[in-house]
Design a protein around this ligand. Sequence first.
Ligand code: PLP
Length: 450
Amino acid sequence: PLPDSAADAQVRADDRAHVFHSWSAQALIDPLPIAAGEGSTFWDYRGNAYLDFSSQLVNLNLGHQHPDLVAAIQQQAGRLATIQPSIANDVRGELARRIAEVAPGDLDKVFFTNGGADANEYAVRMARAVTGRRKVLSMYRSYHGGTATAISLTGDPRRWANEPSDGSVAHFLGPYPFRSSFHADSPEQETERALAHLEQVITLEGASTIAAIILETIVGTNGVLVPPPGYLQGVRELCDRYGIVYIADEVMVGFGRVGEWFAVNRFGVVPDLITFAKGVNSGYVPLGGVVISQRIASHFDTVAFQGGLTYSGHPLACAAGVATFEVFERDGILERVRDLGSRVVEPRLRAMAAAHPSVGEVRGLGLFWAIELVKDAATREPLVPFNASGADAAPMGAVAAACKQAGLWPFIHFNRMHVAPPLIITEAELHRGLDIIDEALTVADGYVAV
Ligand code: PLP
């Protein structure tokens, strides 16, 4: 698009005057007006292009304006733009079937929601109905959404301002080998000790009071924390031993982000419920849901499920979901994510870790990676403190500014930069983005203690 300073000013003025933004002090933000997007790139009204290395909020798995998704939505809009949820609908049914076909084990029914937070709300509601118990365990360093139950499950500072919750959630520490809470010095030891800790929390909270354990299969915004070998199997065993429902939150990692339909497939575990959103249709129309095992679903064969949404299984959203399956299969998206992740991203990030004193660790899978920045390699002191804001966050702000200046839109959270580009990114674009990050890391190096 050509630069358009009048449009730029108008969009900015309307936004500043009337749009109330998420998670922000309204007077302290300056949202960038965006004119257009295509593939892995979007443009502002001043003629600047940004390579989108955060896939918006890690939802834009098939990139901006994918022609198949746009056409599917247009065709569906021309045919039947909406229909209420108690009706049987072709695209809703087809999408549920296709999800069931790629879900692990006996998970074969889908309850559709409007996004990720309400998917978690309803998963917890199902677990409570089935077990007759109320408490839920979730991890510190997690995000499960902004609505009432989902924010109380969340294990990051976004929960603090929304407390007190109803007291039905207890948090536990998950594995994080780079900053082990368990003084472990190998991934195996981290697994063993993190599971012992979880079992202790179950015992102390009272197994008979716990309906569900919810965890992100790979912790997303809170660090791209890939579980060490055996951890998820151990969680599955604990849930079986104590009659607890295992909910896998795959809102961020599902639908190809790590080269699998569902990330649990990579680890060979079968949860009782999987929640999804984002990548199911790249967020072209809001959609989320819960994939339900036969055991949980059968509880509701003769007992009514007490929950619902006017837009559950919205046809426009489901049409974009069906198109997503078609594109993934036709274009071999899962295979290309695995290939680009292991052949391009991983070696390049490992080289950056070796070259830049500010890089404490790089970790990830597929097209989902974190670069964790430190002030001091020996102590691993984070480059900015946990939950840093204002002046404390300035070093990460400087790294982000260097990326944007060079034409890359980064994902930054606390002392980490994540690499999460659209799954359709070309190899050349991927290298260009990684070149920009490599250069921006020299800014971070400037803050390292010598
Ligand atoms: N769960 C995870 C792991 C997420 O990353 C998110 C959003 O970032 C959510 C849940 C909430 O999803 P939504 O914003 O669609 O409600």
